[in-house]
Write a protein that binds this ligand. Structure first.
Ligand SMILES: Nc1ncnc2c1ncn2[C@@H]1O[C@H](COP(=O)(O)OP(=O)(O)OP(=O)(O)O)[C@@H](O)[C@H]1O
Length: 525
């Protein structure tokens, strides 16, 4: 390799007994894209945070261009030419694109507004990002916001860029635009470290792949020659043959490996077995549902029914009412007019407890808002079902612990029952929430982006669980920006645009093209 741009040597980070990073050494060359794979909780984010100065390692060194550095904060990292784009954006919605970039304060010194704007436009051109510099960030889509973060990260003289699961929140079009930017950066000689769960994307964009397992770097391969089986084996810890054996399946369903490659687990639409939903009772019915927020109708006259035994997919470009729909169902946003029924019971003005009792289960996009972060995994798991774990007014600790152990085993949650949820990796926190929602066997489950940030095994497992719930006769409303996921799991797909239902397609007809047209507001189906 040419002289490495970034060189990590022996990075070790311990949290109590847990070795989140165990003697990790890694090099990134100029003009190289290195992808990092690993199961949920493998230590990927921890390593990225160490490089960006957000976490102090217990041991190890970081060198940029051959110079060893002491990186104690993101400011130090930026000064050393390292930029990072995380999954959680830190933008001010009421400010323009230019002002948000200027706010980071790096690389500008004392220059006036016009000069700042000029430099922002120049930076955007350099990385191939097209955005109106004067638009308010609040009016931008998720993909556009990420572009602002990228320009922000690259605004100073940045030579190494860290992208931590950058595609998790993006639409396919946004992923294409992001990869275009990554290619430009590579051509310009930057080094790029990209964390991902999606083998298909890793294969498309990276030059080299490294795999972390339980804190250790267990493999390093050239992307062009590595086989997916080998990567899956490295991630999961078996031999290639073992992984191939456990993932082989002759029943026409996607194998774990196929899921790994495309992250499109679950039965392909054409091979799904028929369901009895046409005859089944509605478990969720929205009639003329209108919701206003900030004086604006964010949902207008929604009529939507989910029957027992079916999965209804809800597609739409982010910002068209999906988030609000899930919030309304979860009782965090009130209904303005219309009605809402769960399993035949009118719950239009009911609180969350009453809705849960009626048979609703839900998983919202706001993971952190759905847990009590300082409380343990075991208490968060029973939080919505306390009466079932209470004996004579006292919490039955033995039962709570037993339940947690069962859920940890079943969902492969990498944590102990007593760990505070705040310390869990993103994927493991998601697993806790899913376990909580699924354990209650709801009559209807409303899930938003259920597999976002999950590793291959968990992705597949969640799809199986949703399918199983459907087979048991429950209904599922699946809100997802992942069209592969919607098409793999749904019986029919409903499209929201501008707060209204603009179309509905049986899954066999829900091609990406047709969905794309509806999602862009182009006519009704
Ligand atoms: N502040 C913390 N305190 C205690 N443990 C922590 C803390 N931060 C991370 N961990 C633990 O370190 C391990 C690695 O977590 P990390 O977030 O790096 O995983 P990851 O590979 O990025 O996972 P994911 O794919 O789910 O995002 C996990 O077991 C996590 O619980």
């Amino acid at each position: 390799m040419a002289r490495p741009l970034l060189e990590l040597t022996g990075i070790t980070k311990r949290y109590g007994d847990l070795l989140a990073n165990d003697d990790v050494s890694l090099r990134v060359a100029p003009g190289e894209v290195v992808a990092m794979l690993g199961e949920n909780g493998a230590g990927k984010s921890t390593l990225m945070k160490v490089v960006y100065g957000l976490v102090r390692p217990d041991a190890g060194t970081i060198a940029v261009d051959g110079t060893p550095l002491d990186i104690a904060s993101p400011k130090d990292a930026m000064a050393a030419g390292i930029g990072m784009v995380t999954q959680e954006f830190s933008l001010v919605e009421t400010m323009t694109v230019t002002d948000n970039i200027a706010l980071s304060g790096v690389g500008l010194g004392r220059v006036d507004r016009a000069e700042t704007r000029r430099r922002v436009v120049e930076a955007m051109e350099r990385v191939g990002v097209t955005l109106d510099p004067d638009r308010l960030v609040g009016s931008l889509s998720i993909g556009e916001r990420q572009r602002v973060e990228i320009v922000k990260a690259l605004f100073h003289d940045c030579r190494v860029v860290i992208l931590d699961e950058p595609t998790a929140v993006l639409t396919p079009q946004d992923v294409r635009a992001l990869f275009e930017t990554v290619r430009r950066l590579r051509t310009a000689g930057l080094g790029i470290l990209l964390v991902s769960h999606k083998l298909r994307e890793v294969a498309e964009i990276s030059d080299r792949v490294v795999v972390l397992r339980r804190g250790r770097l267990v493999g390093e391969r050239a992307t062009a020659t590595v086989r997916d089986e080998e990567l899956a084996a490295l991630m999961m810890g078996g031999s290639t043959d073992e992984v191939a054996a456990t993932t082989a399946s002759g029943d026409g369903e996607a194998t774990e490996l196929e899921a790994a490659v495309g992250m499109a687990g679950g039965p392909a639409p054409a091979t799904r077995r028929p369901h009895p939903a046409a005859a089944a009772e509605p478990v969720l019915r929205l009639s003329g549902l209108t919701v206003s927020r900030g004086g604006r109708d964010v949902l207008r006259g929604i009529d939507l029914t989910v029957r027992g035994g079916e999965i209804v997919g809800l597609a739409g470009v982010s910002g068209n009412g999906q988030t609000e729909l899930v919030e309304v169902l979860s009782a965090t946003l009130p209904v303005t007019s219309g009605t809402l029924e769960v399993a035949g019971q009118d719950v239009t003005s009911a609180g969350v407890g009453e809705r849960l009792a009626a048979g609703l289960g839900r998983l919202t996009e706001d993971r952190r808002g759905s847990v009590v972060p300082q409380m343990s995994v075991e208490y968060n798991l029973v939080l919505e079902d306390l009466p079932a774990y209470t004996r004579r007014g006292l919490l039955d600790r033995t039962a709570v612990r037993a339940h947690a152990e069962a859920m940890i085993e079943r969902f492969d949650i990498r944590a102990r029952p007593i760990d505070a949820v705040a310390t869990l990796s993103g994927g493991n926190m998601q697993k806790v929430l899913l376990a909580r929602a699924l354990a209650r066997r709801p009559r209807v489950l409303v899930v938003a982006q259920p597999t976002r940030g999950l590793d291959i095994g968990a992705y597949r497992y969640v799809h199986q669980q949703l399918d199983e719930l459907r087979s048991e006769g429950a209904g599922v409303l699946l809100v997802s920006e992942d069209l592969d996921e919607l098409r793999a799991l749904s019986d029919r797909v409903v499209v929201l645009f501008g707060g209204e239902v603009v179309g509905e397609l049986p899954v066999a007809e829900a091609s990406p093209d047709r969905l794309g047209v509806l999602m862009a507001g182009g006519g009704s189906a």
